[in-house]
Design a protein around this ligand. Structure first.
Ligand code: GLU
Length: 548
């Protein structure tokens, strides 16, 4: 076969050479050990947790090593693309603080290794496609869908392996004349790789997450360019990651089966392959067994879910860190206030088999994250959440900023901050009683208490309450009231001999709490009363007294 003639026949428009492109995209000038990696998502309109797991891993590797992270939009599959998907993608990643040094942006491209949208790189892929044809390593295949499914049916009947290879690869060795005849007729074709691999050969390689792997060579003549001239993922991966000078490819382990083909491509194209990190899937428990998170069954796979549920970005981020690096939690306990990017992220701590997604754990991490925030941060974030998802809450929170912040400051800042919120949606039920139009008494007094005791305690408190008391004096007064109505003021004495008392000071506090907050559990009562102010505290107690 005259490959020069074939290359000219198939790619008459290609004038650039691989050398031209090497010159246009020279090796990056980075310090020793700097990692160049990328996120390469497809714009399907659905951004999922797996994207974030992959993105965070790449981001940490690049930015911890003084390297470069870029965003490449893999839009070769036009059928899967929905309008606005690129914008959704970029916005979601930005929301999760994945900052790219270069790549696709909403307004176009930024960086000198682009274009960063694959459909705009067709000219580049054709240079290398032509090169492979010249080398005799690629050829056109004019099979119709029908012919391919006939081949598949015959393979099934013969119990042969499936795929376009060996004797099944019917266009692999056709003459230039036959090819020319089809081209003259305008028959559509794909460009295929001429594989010389064999299933009896093994390839050894080291994946930075999975460890040493032994893989079977690829013997399939996979498609490189589809009939519209657009590359497949595999071909674009080799060309792009070479020209963009990617040092580390972090991707889902669903790509492992085609890795031998990718390595073949790198070799045929004369490129040095990058280092690979194949991440195992996110799993969840379904009854007794584990399964992969599924788009259809698990709403928590979509990134939009976390935003709407009110998880702070930092909570999702820290949760994913606990999933990715087994020592993250210990580090966080030892460094409660350190910025998260000070954590020494390590590939060695990643689980090769994939990780278990645990919703309860996420809430737990989130409670810790929020408990470390100051009131101003909580205020800003919950106001943002409310603006998007709860207009009524937004109106209440912003009516008097200083008032809301004083509520949110209760129990914050000390050694043992309160852990009341896992998501911003928890804020409304926590503080609704601070707003008169929301205040209702939702819990009543337990039957066991004598109404006369409750009434007496409320009356005595009303007579003695002084807003200027500090919390010690305030509590001494409640203890005194307890004594006067025959309740224990000392909890230890009460626990030792409960029958000697009608109740305890804790019960007296509860009498006040139900009157003032409408419920049996609330944030610290002294702070609550200070914030509500004397008039409202006494009015609520009076209203309760009138019902007894
Ligand atoms: N577009 C591919 C995907 O979304 C990218 C895989 C890769 O990072 O190479 O799975």
């Amino acid at each position: 076969m005259d490959t020069t003639a074939l290359a000219q026949l198939l790619f008459p428009h290609v004038t650039l050479t691989p050398e031209d492109l090497e010159g246009r995209f020279p090796p990056r000038d980075l310090k020793e050990g700097a990692i160049v990696s990328r996120m390469a998502p497809s714009p399907t309109g659905f951004v999922h947790l797996g994207n974030l797991v992959q993105g965070l891993t790449s981001e940490r590797l690049c930015h911890q090593s003084g390297g470069t992270l870029f965003l490449r939009v893999e839009d070769t599959d036009a059928k899967r693309e929905v309008p606005g998907a690129v914008e959704i993608l970029i916005e979601s990643l930005k929301h999760y603080n994945i900052v790219f040094d270069e790549g696709a942006t909403i307004d176009g491209d930024s960086g000198s290794y682009g274009p960063y949208r694959q459909r705009r790189r067709v000219e580049i892929y054709h240079v290398y496609a032509k090169q492979l044809v010249l080398q005799g390593e690629a050829y056109p295949c004019f099979c119709t869908e029908q012919e391919l499914s006939d081949i598949h049916a015959r393979q099934e009947a013969e119990k042969a392996n499936f795929g376009y290879f060996g004797k099944w690869a019917v266009w692999r060795d056709r003459s230039l004349e036959e090819i020319q005849a089809e081209l003259n007729k305008g028959t559509p074709y794909v460009l295929r790789f001429r594989s010389t691999g064999s299933l009896s050969n093994k390839i050894r390689m080291t994946d930075l997450i999975k460890g040493n792997l032994e893989l079977t060579e690829n013997d399939i003549d996979h498609v490189l360019l589809k009939s519209d001239g657009i590359p497949t993922y595999h071909f674009a991966h080799a060309v792009d990651d070479h020209l963009m000078r990617t040092t580390h490819v972090v991707r889902g382990d669903e790509w492992l089966p085609t890795l031998p083909f990718h390595l073949q491509l790198f070799r045929s194209l004369g490129f040095k392959p990058p280092k690979y990190l194949h991440i195992g899937p996110l799993m969840k428990m379904d009854g007794e067994s584990k399964r992969k998170l599924s788009k259809r069954k698990d709403p928590e796979l979509a990134l939009t879910y976390y935003r709407a549920a009110g998880f702070p970005v930092q909570s999702v981020y820290e949760y994913l860190m606990t999933v990715l690096n087994s020592n993250f939690e210990d580090w966080r306990r030892a460094n409660p206030d350190a910025p998260v990017d000070k954590f020494p992220f390590s590939v060695k701590k990643m689980n090769p088999a994939g990780s278990l997604f645990d919703a309860a754990k996420l809430r737990d991490v989130s409670k810790n994250v929020i408990s470390r925030m100051d009131a101003d941060t909580v205020y800003a974030q919950v106001v943002d959440f409310a603006a998007e998802f709860d207009a009524d809450l937004h109106v209440h929170l912003t009516a008097d900023e200083a008032y809301t912040k004083s509520i949110l400051a209760i129990g914050r800042g000390g050694k043992k901050p309160r852990k009341d919120f896992a998501v911003w949606a928890d804020v409304k039920p926590y503080l609704d009683f601070f707003f008169d139009d929301w205040f209702t008494v939702t819990e009543s007094y337990p039957e066991a208490f004598d109404k006369a005791d409750i009434k007496a305690a409320l009356t005595l408190f009303t007579e003695r309450y002084d807003e200027a008391d500090d919390s010690t004096v305030w509590f001494e007064k409640i203890k005194a009231i307890a004594e006067e109505i025959g309740y224990a003021s000392d909890m230890k004495a009460y626990r030792e001999n409960p029958d000697a008392f009608r109740g305890s000071v804790a019960d007296v506090s509860m009498f006040l709490r139900v009157a003032v907050t409408g419920r049996q559990n609330s944030p610290d009562m002294y702070s609550v009363m200070q914030i509500l102010g004397r008039a409202r505290v006494l009015a609520r107690i009076e209203a309760m007294r009138a019902t007894l």
